[in-house]
Design a protein around this ligand. Structure first.
Ligand SMILES: [Zn+2]
Length: 350
């Protein structure tokens, strides 16, 4: 699963659809400066998220604006998880007051991720973020950190920010919502550039490092000294301005080497080994046909026969990824035949 190096492709040509690159995450530091950065490109992982949703005959594929919002959230969630290195899951959610009720991305500490959105109304083709999730300025963005191992009574940490700025004006970019969040929670300047289409979800993060120590959101180092630095570090400001000049189209189509060279060719950058394949961002959901079979077996033969008589098949969709599992009468009969054959050992049936 290693990345092929040395193969240069013209930037203007999109990757062939059938030949998906493996999703990747790149980290780097600006030498001698209190600034670090990351670039994420979700390709195979993002396409799998879209594929599962599109194959769901009830929900159907996302429309363009919803797809792009969820893709930007997915890229951002991976960046945030690797930024704080939280041992547990990071869940980025938007609770909307428009046609999109919920959009959620979950990223584990090993960068496995899944995402889904619940859409209950018509979303116009050119819908803005507000039109989708903040129609009455009541939309919210929540970041939840759920530790892998919890102490008794321990609750997951959750931070919530509105989808409007300090003056009450709606924010129209996921990146701006999250920059706002990072400033509030970490007291650190952060610049995010996000973009997504139907084959790539990508993001660039630039962050000013804490002045003293190595604390960050996980270490919750919030000092007065740090707060005073906000917006004032000239190195960060220069690099952030370069980062902000990255265009959506460039982020979607250029490889990471080209992006970094184009933006920061005058800076001294130290890069780390790219994270891809088993160590990189990748799709994972705990659902499977086998799990659903067990659940159907748990319903009992009679109940399942009733459903088959009424609908013709049994259909179950995963609430976390949208994957739809369908069992026709033959499949359903097979579940009970298998369970009969397993006999008394079918102890997983409740
Ligand atoms: Zn699933």
């Amino acid at each position: 699963m290693s990345r092929t190096r040395g193969v240069s492709r013209p930037a203007s040509i999109a990757w062939p659809e059938r030949k998906l690159r493996v999703s990747e995450l790149h980290k780097f530091l600006f030498e001698g400066l209190p600034v670090r950065g990351m670039v994420v490109r979700l390709t195979d992982a993002w396409v799998e998220i879209l594929r599962r949703r599109a194959s769901n005959t009830n929900a159907g594929a996302y429309t363009g604006p919803v797809q792009n919002m969820l893709g930007e959230m997915a890229a951002a969630a991976v960046l945030m998880q690797s930024n704080i290195k939280f041992d547990g899951s990071l869940v980025l959610q938007i609770f909307g007051d428009g046609p999109v009720k919920v959009a959620v991305v979950e990223v584990q500490s090993n960068l496995a991720l899944r995402a889904t959105a619940t859409v209950l109304g018509a979303v116009p083709e050119e819908a803005s973020l507000s039109q989708m999730v903040n129609a009455s300025n009541k939309g919210r963005c929540a970041i939840t950190l759920d530790p892998k191992t919890r102490f008794p009574g321990q609750q997951p940490y959750q931070g919530v920010v509105p989808l409007f700025d300090d003056h009450g004006h709606p924010i129209e970019k996921i990146s701006a919502v999250l920059e706002h969040y990072m400033l509030q929670s970490e007291q650190l300047d952060t610049t995010l550039v996000l973009a997504s289409n139907d084959s790539v979800a990508a993001g660039l993060l630039i962050q000013r490092l804490p002045m003293a120590g190595t604390g960050n959101l996980a270490g919750s180092m919030v000092s007065r000294e740090n707060e005073d630095e906000i917006g004032l570090n000239e190195h960060y400001n220069r690099i952030a301005m370069l980062a902000s000049s990255l265009k959506r189209e460039e982020l979607l189509t250029l490889d990471v080497d080209t992006i970094l060279h184009r933006l920061f060719w005058e800076e001294q950058i130290t890069r780390f080994e790219p994270m891809t394949g088993p160590t990189g961002p990748r799709f994972a959901c705990s659902c499977s046909r086998e799990r659903v079979s067990k659940m159907i077996r748990g319903l009992g033969r009679e109940e399942v026969e009733d459903i088959l008589a009424e609908r013709g098949d049994v259909e179950v969709a995963c609430e976390f990824c949208g994957m739809q599992y369908r069992f026709d009468p033959v499949d359903a009969a097979q579940i009970f035949t298998d369970s009969a054959r397993l006999g008394a050992s079918g102890g997983d049936v409740h």
